[in-house]
Design a binder for this molecule. Structure first.
Ligand code: HEM
Ligand SMILES: *[C@@H]1O[C@H](CO)[C@@H](O)[C@H](O)[C@H]1NC(C)=O
Ligand SMILES: *[C@@H]1O[C@H](CO)[C@@H](O)[C@H](O)[C@H]1NC(C)=O
Ligand SMILES: *[C@@H]1O[C@H](CO)[C@@H](O)[C@H](O)[C@H]1NC(C)=O
Ligand SMILES: *[C@@H]1O[C@H](CO)[C@@H](O)[C@H](O)[C@H]1NC(C)=O
Ligand SMILES: *[C@@H]1O[C@H](CO)[C@@H](O)[C@H](O)[C@H]1NC(C)=O
Length: 324
């Protein structure tokens, strides 16, 4: 009797947890309606990333920007119109790239099954598949599908919802919490900075004028600061970029954490992860690569479920850059 109650109770709990993690997203949502969808996304993503490895970082970041502004609804893909400035044209869009890849995939999918597969799902899958290319295309995390596309994209919402490179831990935690993500998710997902680049102007106050006295950020490793100064010309250098994970910026590994722990995190938003015992302990645990990969997979699933539109909400865009 007790056992039976326990079973039922845990099944109920399981369902609740399932819902909070993925909403009504599910595995292989297009299995019947467009059986080849996921394979098409994968094939085209591989083609692009094979010739341009830096696209893995671009697509991963684009997915993150999509999810944090109005949920993972493909709103980041929409173009501005005469009467509306879209997310794409807000300041933090710096180097968002890869829109061509998403449109390319969308065209191929539309050819097979018109009006079925959302741009939001395509972006979520492509981000995963792009990072997975390096792992012989073995999916690096599971992606649930069934997202629908939003119809609103507003540049003003980007600054309010997206974490900034100068944010401290308190602010980052607040922003993540507002997306139902934890401190643990924050430290784990920041590990995405193991791939990709950053523009000098987003961190060079740490090199040249941290408190307005021509000083350096004392929390930045001085040797690394000197190295960065050989790259960045000045505080207002908006064109030069540096690898966030030196010499390994197209390799998705867990180097982010040992580098961070040597006080070589590039942005204030990276360095600030070391400022409390709790967050520093999480970073220490993620120095184990297996642990990082497992945790990253779980946090990506939670990020990919932020405020998703499902069922009859939203629409399935015909073209990812414009609403129907
Ligand atoms: C914790 C808060 C975060 C902040 C403040 C932040 C900020 C930034 C900034 C300022 C850049 C450099 C952009 C440029 O100069 O072009 C960047 C790059 C990047 N971010 Fe984040 N990020 C955060 C979290 C994330 C998350 C959660 C992901 C994905 C899961 C992510 C993935 C990336 C990637 C892959 C790049 C490299 C883009 C490229 O190579 O063009 N970031 N991030
Ligand atoms: C994907 O690529 C593989 C290998 O190149 C090929 O065999 C397969 O037919 C492709 N699938 C689709 C749906 O394009
Ligand atoms: C970013 O926004 C600016 C305007 O603020 C725009 O000129 C530029 O094309 C945008 N970049 C991308 C990649 O959309
Ligand atoms: C973090 O930044 C916010 C906003 O700028 C500020 O109000 C707060 O005092 C800062 N917190 C810490 C611990 O520095
Ligand atoms: C450093 O910042 C202060 C305060 O913003 C400013 O007055 C000063 O001109 C800056 N110095 C340099 C070298 O940019
Ligand atoms: C990156 O490579 C360059 C040139 O090979 C080397 O001088 C530098 O020390 C390397 N940096 C790191 C952090 O390994």
């Amino acid at each position: 009797m007790k056992m039976k109650f326990f079973l039922v109770a845990s099944m109920v709990l399981f369902c609740i947890l399932g819902i909070s993690e993925g909403g009504s997203l599910r595995k292989n949502f297009y299995k019947k309606s467009c059986p080849k969808a996921e394979q098409i996304v994968k094939n085209i993503t591989i083609q692009h990333v094979s010739s341009r490895p830096e696209l893995a970082a671009k697509l991963l970041r684009m997915h993150f920007h999509d999810c944090f502004v109005r949920g993972c609804d493909g709103s980041v893909l929409l173009e501005s119109t005469a009467s509306n400035t879209a997310e794409k044209d807000s300041f933090p869009n710096l180097t968002l790239e890869g829109f061509d890849v998403i449109e390319n995939i969308k065209e191929a999918v539309e050819e097979k099954c018109p009006g079925i597969v959302s741009c939001a799902d395509i972006l979520t899958l492509a981000a995963r598949d792009a990072v997975s290319v390096q792992f012989e295309n073995k999916p690096k995390w599971e992606v649930l599908t069934g997202r629908r596309d939003g119809t609103v994209s507003n540049s003003n919402e980007v600054l309010l919802n997206l974490p900034a490179p100068f944010h401290n831990l308190t602010t980052l935690r607040q922003i993540f919490a507002s997306k139902k993500l934890t401190l643990h998710d924050l430290v784990v997902l920041s590990g995405a900075h193991t791939i990709g680049i950053g523009h000098c102007n987003l961190f060079s106050n740490r090199l040249f004028n941290f408190t307005g006295k021509g000083d350096q950020d004392p929390s930045l490793n001085p040797t690394y600061a000197n190295f960065l100064k050989t790259k960045c010309q000045s505080q207002s250098d908006t064109t030069t970029t540096v690898e966030m994970d030196p010499n390994s910026s197209t390799k998705f590994d867990n180097d982010y954490y040992p580098i961070l722990l040597q006080n070589k995190g590039l942005f204030i938003s990276d360095a600030t992860l070391l400022t409390t015992k709790q967050s520093r302990n999480i970073a220490n645990e993620l120095v184990s690569q297996n642990k990082f990969f497992t945790e990253f997979a779980q946090s990506m699933k939670r990020m990919g479920a932020i405020e998703v539109l499902t069922g009859s909400n939203g629409e399935i865009r015909r073209t990812c850059s414009v609403v129907n």
